[in-house]
Design a protein around this ligand. Structure first.
Ligand code: GSH
Length: 254
């Protein structure tokens, strides 16, 4: 956790690794070889997990948030998107899509934030579904989130930050899409406290990782009282942290 983060976080990430599930224990823990690259070497890195990402990235935050909520410390490598590090061959071997985040677990790199969430839920035995039906619901919501919610919210946020340019017609289209997605979520959260089960799961974490940025995308959540109440409940979970509390600005090896 970044210096500033450790002070501000309500309940910072535990210093000791959480006890892994038996499933997780059977997985390789051998540290990956150092890349020695501009994308960040991991020489001397003792942590099981290394997150590659960027503080401003919502999908990177989602993965950091999961690790924070699971009370699992992680090393962090800052990937400089402005300098195009995410398109360099030494990063592309970690993430074939040339995007952040990537998560190293032992010798293996995992990519796509929703897939990483599911890997972590499985590996750590936390925020997962307890039955096949719950796990299926979680997958549904994580697919829905990228299909209907994340795209309009992140595009509008990128426009507001000057990272993407498009006219009012497109802005209105994304705004309409975001509102339709929020209406669906509002309806669902009128029936249950958490999105996919009777307790928080990676579906909540994935969706929170998008809605955290609603204000930056100029999306007002006040017309959605169930969503607003759920957001508050989520922020009260032990281990919760804001992006600045969860992600360091610079690389950090444990
Ligand atoms: N679906 C991907 C989205 C990742 C993504 O959009 N990452 C952005 C930063 S927030 C990125 O790397 N953009 C650079 C690019 O796509 O070239 C995930 O969930 O991991």
């Amino acid at each position: 956790m970044a210096k500033t983060a450790s002070k501000a976080a309500k309940k910072p990430v535990a210093k000791k690794a959480a006890k892994p599930s038996p499933k997780a224990q059977s997985k390789s823990r051998a540290p990956a070889r150092s890349t020695g690259s501009a994308s960040g070497g991991t020489s001397g890195n003792k942590a099981r997990f290394t997150l590659y990402g960027m503080l401003g990235s919502g999908p990177t935050y989602t993965v950091g948030l999961m690790l924070s909520l699971a009370r699992h410390p992680f090393s962090y490598i800052h990937v400089n998107l402005r300098e195009g590090q995410h398109k360099q061959p030494d990063y592309l071997v970690k993430n074939r899509y040339g995007q952040v985040p990537a998560l190293r677990d032992g010798q293996t790199y995992y990519v796509q934030s929703s897939a990483i969430l599911q890997h972590l839920a499985d590996a750590l035995g936390k925020f997962d579904g307890k039955t096949d039906l719950e796990r299926s619901r979680i997958r549904e919501w994580l697919f829905w989130q990228w299909d209907k919610l994340a795209v309009p919210v992140f595009r509008l946020r990128a426009r507001a930050r000057g990272l993407r340019q498009f006219g009012d017609e497109v802005r209105i289209m994304y705004d309409t899409e975001a509102k339709a997605a929020l209406a669906a979520l509002e309806h669902e959260l009128g029936r249950a406290e958490w999105i996919a089960a009777k307790r928080p799961t990676v579906a909540d974490i994935g969706i929170y990782g998008v809605l955290r940025y609603a204000a930056e995308a100029n999306i007002d959540l006040t017309p959605y009282p169930n969503v607003t109440a759920w957001k508050k409940r989520f922020e009260a979970l032990p281990g919760f942290g804001t992006p600045e509390q969860v992600l360091p600005m610079e690389s950090r090896l444990l």
